[in-house]
Write a protein that binds this ligand. Structure first.
Ligand code: FAD
Ligand code: SF4
Length: 546
């Protein structure tokens, strides 16, 4: 690439693979340059799953390829060509080499990354990279005569992430100064704003007379187990993906996961196929068994669209509208369609708003003061608890497990086993293909761990082994017994649940949504309660052996 000063350096991050990105507004192929950086640190700051790293790098390379084919100038700093340790290293090198007039990017979805970029830009300005450019570019000299122009603000522009349906200012306005936020009310506003699933004959009213059909959706599979499970489609790795697989195996060989069956969409074209496959083959049955779990059922009727959405290969509005159109065209089950749309139009947008509203405090929140380290078997699945073994095993195999597996198995154990929220959050950020901090952190710290004290959930998500037994077949053949609270066969989910209630009896009793749990606790004899405490203490002292 010729070493001529560039007008704009347009920074595209690994989860910003959006052809309609705000960063490209006004892009002039003759004088602007796109910069994309593969950095080791992005796979090592948490111990990133090989599948997650492969997905990001392959999708980035495909995206860069597409821009180059458009005739745009792209500086792509790959791990093998440049070996940048951090994004900052890559950006600084590009600033020095290209001496751009300005850097443009879309607001990162991870405040750590934003800070890193801002720091490096400040360093570059201070160390004279920008000044060197100023001296060499006479046209620019005039612009920079005013010293105010040669400041950080004039040099680095963050543009809004237009991918989202609710802008951050809109979310902030909606949230106001309220200490407690409820997704349900936000979701209703979004339904009205986007006119999704609204009753054409009753203005302002939801289709079917209800905003939320969750009550129809939480079924188990019953004894027979899942029937007529749809087959997941496969995406054959092309030369780019094969190269990345080789690279990841070479540099991150000790990281969790295997790449032999890598099968996630890495281009917009593949993401659109994934969307069509879901709408045609799984959306009609999405709702009823959305929460159910079963041994070796890797994906069920879930959409598997989160990674494509989070990389920005898909736009959330197009996904929502595709589901609504299918509902109208094929008269699908409203509970399934509403349940699916709520996840995207409601939860996904809501979580993003919460992240930016509550950071940086959310990152260190620890309402219960939990300090236990993460049991080693979170990285191997090698535990006697069959529910954990299955959910972790699936996660390590695919980089994926569904919402209830994340919330009510791996997440719930984290709360009742009093594990440090930061240790759990790092694990979630590392092992899922869809993990980006803006969505991972509020889900894990906020929803699963109650680490923010219930900012947007009315109660902690805790339950005994009876819940797992009802919603799955995991307890069959497990070493432990879901109903047993004390003794060698006591189910850790159950013992730790009762122990948790015992520890927090007063706060659970004072909450109308959890008061019944406390009534059940109080039915236990004092002797049994004491025995539960003892057994729980034994478990908590040696989580690795469970
Ligand atoms: P589906 O069940 O088919 O749902 C459709 C879409 O709705 C998803 O693709 C996703 O984009 C969106 N969605 C659903 N639930 C949520 C939610 N709670 N928050 C935000 N979006 C949602 N989702 C991520 O995208 N990245 C994460 O890192 C992540 N971490 C999580 C950690 C925990 C502890 C929990 C409880 C949930 C987490 N989720 C995360 C939310 C949810 O579990 C995943 O989005 C979902 O399992 C992805 O699978 P899917 O695409 O098949 O989703
Ligand atoms: Fe999990 Fe307990 Fe059931 Fe075993 S018995 S699978 S530990 S809930």
């Amino acid at each position: 690439m010729k070493n001529i000063p560039k007008r704009h350096l347009v920074l595209v991050l690994g989860d910003q693979l959006d052809e309609d990105s705000g960063a490209f507004e006004g892009f002039d192929p003759a004088q602007d340059l796109v910069l994309m950086v593969e950095a080791f640190e992005e796979s090592t700051h948490v111990w990133s799953h090989k599948i997650r790293t492969t997905l990001f790098l392959s999708a980035m390379r495909h995206f860069a390829d597409g821009l180059t084919k458009r005739g745009w100038q792209v500086e792509y700093r790959s791990l093998d060509s440049h070996g940048d340790q951090t994004l900052a290293d890559g950006l600084l090198a590009a600033l020095v080499q290209h001496q751009p007039q300005a850097v443009i990017g879309v607001e990162p979805g991870d405040l750590r990354v934003r800070q890193q970029i801002e720091d490096v830009v400040k360093t570059a300005i201070e160390s004279g990279a920008a000044r060197a450019r100023k001296q060499r570019d006479t046209a620019l000299k005039d612009t920079l005569k005013d010293p105010k122009n040669d400041t950080f603000g004039a040099f680095l522009t963050w543009r809004e992430d237009k991918h989202f349906m609710c802008s951050l200012p809109q979310f902030r306005k909606w949230a106001g100064t309220s200490s407690s936020l409820r997704m349900e009310f936000f979701y209703r506003q979004m339904r009205k704003q986007y006119k999704v699933l609204m009753d054409a004959d009753k203005p302002g009213e939801p289709l079917g007379g209800q905003w939320n059909f969750d009550a129809d959706n939480r079924k188990s599979f019953g004894k027979a187990g899942p029937q007529n499970v749809p087959k997941a489609i496969s995406y054959k790795p092309d030369a780019i993906t094969k190269d990345v697989i080789k690279l990841v195996n070479q540099h991150f060989s000790k990281h969790p996961g295997e790449l032999d069956d890598f099968n996630w969409p890495v281009t917009r074209a593949q993401a659109l196929i994934a969307l069509r496959d879901f709408i045609d083959n799984r959306l009609p049955q999405f709702g009823p068994h959305e929460d159910a779990m079963w041994t070796n059922l890797d994906f069920g009727w879930h959409s598997l669209l989160s990674s494509s959405l989070n990389l920005k290969l898909l736009n959330p509005l197009e996904v929502v509208l595709a589901a609504e159109e299918a509902y109208k065209k094929h008269d699908l089950d409203l509970a399934s369609v509403e349940g699916f749309i709520r996840q995207i139009l409601g939860w996904r947008e809501f979580m993003r708003g919460v992240y930016f509203l509550d950071m940086p405090e959310l990152k260190t929140a620890n309402h219960y003061g939990h300090k236990n380290p993460l049991p080693k078997w979170y990285w191997t699945g090698d535990t006697h608890m069959n529910c954990m073994k299955q959910c972790i095993g699936q996660t390590l195999k695919n980089g994926y497990s569904h919402h209830i597996q994340r919330l009510m198995v791996t997440g719930m154990f984290g709360v009742t086993a009093q594990i440090s929220p930061q240790a759990i959050c790092d694990w979630y950020l590392a092992v899922y293909v869809d993990a980006v901090e803006w969505v991972e952190l509020p889900n894990t710290a906020g929803m699963a761990l109650f680490a923010n004290g219930g900012r947007f959930t009315s109660k902690p998500y805790v339950a005994s082994g009876a819940y797992v037994k009802r919603m799955s077949n995991y307890c069959t053949g497990c070493k432990y017994e879901p109903e047993t609270r004390v003794g060698a066969n006591a189910c850790p989910m159950t013992t730790l649940y009762w122990n948790f209630l015992d520890r927090h009896e007063a706060s659970f009793a004072g909450n109308p949504r959890t008061a019944l749990m406390v009534k059940n606790l109080q039915r236990m004899t004092p002797e049994l309660r004491a025995d539960v405490r003892v057994r729980a203490a034994e478990m908590l002292a040696d989580l690795n052996s469970l």
